[in-house]
Design a protein around this ligand. Structure first.
Ligand code: HQG
Length: 178
């Protein structure tokens, strides 16, 4: 049977970002679990995978969502677990971008950019990538320019992931340009 890699990617993200406990998994403080434990956990849920299939799924994915290192696997971003995943803080470039939709704009311009259901705000290095992120939602795309360096210099924490994605703590309105 041919593997549906998109579905497998979603399932792995579900386990590693949102509901590890559903699979009897426990993420360490950086979000890692043993790859062999993940495979075992998925098999007990009736999902027939082995380590090679997961490696192939990651390799063929157009988006870098998961990382394997030293026999462990983690999701790069997107966590919603109660226990906060630790990220490496870093000094951001002058500007970062956030793709969203028109109907969220008033709230963002009132309350700032918030992580909502996730642990961190998601930012992109360029407008094009932010456009792809924002376009996942129904509604008119809006790309916000974030005065990241200025925010950083005023104690807003930023985090750089190895796949080029930037995360941050909540961004107050004064650093957001529409
Ligand atoms: C919005 C996907 C109202 C925010 C993507 C966004 C990305 C507010 C939504 C990654 C707000 C949260 C993350 C406020 C923020 N009031 N709305 N104050 N502050 N928002 O999905 O950034 O395919 O949690 O603009 O491609 O869209 O899953 O975050 O619209 O990489 O790998 O609240 O998830 O990657 O939505 O996307 P999300 P996001 P994957």
């Amino acid at each position: 049977m041919e593997t549906n890699f998109e579905q497998l990617s979603k399932t792995v993200s579900h386990a590693l970002r949102h509901e590890p406990q559903f699979y009897n998994l426990e993420l360490d403080n950086q979000g890692w679990v043993l790859l062999s434990d993940l495979v075992f956990a998925l098999n007990t849920k009736g999902i027939r995978v082995d380590e090679n299939l997961i490696i192939t799924m990651i390799e063929q994915s157009p988006k870098k969502r998961h990382q394997i290192l030293d026999g462990k696997i983690r999701a790069f971003y997107g966590h919603s677990t109660k226990k906060r995943i630790l990220k490496n803080s870093a000094e951001p470039p002058d500007f970062l971008y956030h793709g969203t939709i028109q109907s969220s704009l008033n709230s963002i311009m009132e309350k700032g950019l918030l992580p909502m259901d996730r642990q961190y705000v998601h930012l992109s290095l360029d407008e094009r990538t932010a456009g792809v992120v924002g376009s996942r939602k129904d509604g008119k795309l809006v790309i916000l320019k974030v005065n990241a360096k200025e925010a950083f210099l005023n104690d807003v924490q930023f985090y750089k992931e190895e796949n080029g994605i930037w995360l941050s703590d909540p961004i107050p309105t004064k650093y957001i340009m529409n």
